[in-house]
Design a protein around this ligand. Structure first.
Ligand SMILES: O=C(CO)COP(=O)(O)O
Length: 145
């Protein structure tokens, strides 16, 4: 079975919610390959007692952009990003860029626990034959300039 790669990101006020949700669903998460921004990844590793989480840079230090680059390269199947709707973030352009690139490359994105639950329990999570269609941007890359 192809192992799905999941990127996990949460802003400070949402970190406990994300870590608790992942812990509550540990059985579903254990076969998945996990990537996370720096602080989110550290907290997840401590709580889940997993030392195989791929911890990237902290979001404001470039971690969001690292995940965005992985999405563009087709290396991430699902983005779970509990962003904070109540607090401005210093790296807002990076957050927008990450959400944009996820929309562009047609990967599923969960921004809250309710959506994350729907996705995690979807039959597609364990269906090898299904993967979202990767968009064809040849009309753009081949355009006449
Ligand atoms: O800021 C973030 C996402 O925008 C998350 O980064 P950390 O997990 O390092 O706190």
């Amino acid at each position: 079975m192809a192992v799905k790669s999941v990127a996990l990101v949460a802003h400070d006020n949402k970190k406990e919610e994300l870590v608790q949700w992942v812990t509550d669903n540990n059985t579903r998460f254990s076969p998945l390959k996990l990537y996370a921004t720096g602080t989110t990844g550290r907290l997840l590793g401590e709580r889940l007692k997993r030392d195989d989480i791929n911890v990237l840079l902290s979001g404001p230090l470039g971690g969001d952009q690292q995940i965005g680059a992985m999405i563009a390269e087709g290396k991430i199947d699902l983005l779970v990003f509990f962003w904070d709707p109540l607090e401005p973030q210093p790296h807002d352009p990076d957050i927008k860029a990450l959400l944009r690139i996820a929309a562009l490359w047609n990967i599923p994105v969960a921004s809250n626990r309710a959506t994350a639950e729907f996705i995690l329990t979807s039959a597609y999570m364990t269906d090898d034959k299904h993967s979202p269609q990767r968009p064809d941007f040849s009309y753009y890359t081949q355009r006449k300039i």
